[in-house]
Design a protein around this ligand. Sequence first.
Ligand code: ZN
Ligand code: ZN
Length: 361
Amino acid sequence: MGETTQHALLLLLCLSGLVHLSDAFVFWTAEVGISYAENDNKTVDKRCECGVFGRNSPLEGVEGVVQLPTRDPEGCGLNPGYKRNANLSAWIALVKRGNCTFSEKINIARRLGAVGVVVYNADGTGDSTTHMSHTGTGDTVAIMIGNSQGLEVLNLVENGTNVFMTIKVGSPHGPWMDTYWLYFLSIAFFIVTAASIAYFGFISANRLYSMRQQKSFDRRLKSEAKKAISRLQLRTLQRDDEETMSDSHMCAVCIESYRVGEVVTVLTCDHIFHKPCIEPWLLERRTCPMCKCDILKALGIDDESKESISDHSPEEVTVITVAGGEALYDVPLTGPASTDPERQHRYDNRAYEEDTEAARD
Ligand SMILES: [Zn+2]
Ligand SMILES: [Zn+2]
């Protein structure tokens, strides 16, 4: 079925579109840990899964001492003022969001030797983070943390505390992992599937229905044809009938000449055929093979069934279409059907005889 393939393709297209779309939504959280010594030399360890890896960052863990850009907290410009200590093997830059692009901030710190860049969100945004886009920053690990977490570290470092930061890869989040998205997708999938099934069901039911209609229509036509056939005149050919005398008369169905004693059917158009030849033909096609005259119409059976009035039947007159090929609907049945003695035929159609008798009463 052509429609099935079309629908399957459409569904596939939708799904692939969703998968494609989802790529942009998948993000990885970062586990951020800080460790520092308090005034009484107690070590404080804090940890939260509050960072989000940047879109272009390698998914790797890094660690180092946190450094701030002293001149520009947003870490922009040629020299934002990172205090670099030669003893530090690894350091992580902590910069505020804004003023220049993420890529610029990250690249400035990278050039100065930072192993990672932590961008904290703008003031007034609380714990919220965004999925940073920062092309061209190489293999520098870049994450974003919320404003409040950023400020906490910032205050510690500004007060002279040596903060050691550990960044670890957290877990993926996105349409396929998120329960909300999963619900949404499964519902969407269910709706599409249900709609498709309903559509196909409707189409099939429709086809089945029209097939049944056609079948019953055919059956009705056949029964009407049977009725019509029963009303047609039959003649048994006699020795002196013109049909048996000349070879020019032949049955158009079997292409054979008529012989004495053969039973022929006279159609409403006055064409004659062998009874066994024409009956199966009429059952199927209901028309004269010679002139295409519709016997149902000629006998008024078509109209009858349309109006479904059974007692409005012109049975008595329609049978008497003997002479001249015209339907003689007004021929009185009480008199001889034809004044022409040569046209007087013997009918062995019982229905006809009954009809005529009934009409005479
Ligand atoms: Zn024949
Ligand atoms: Zn005909």
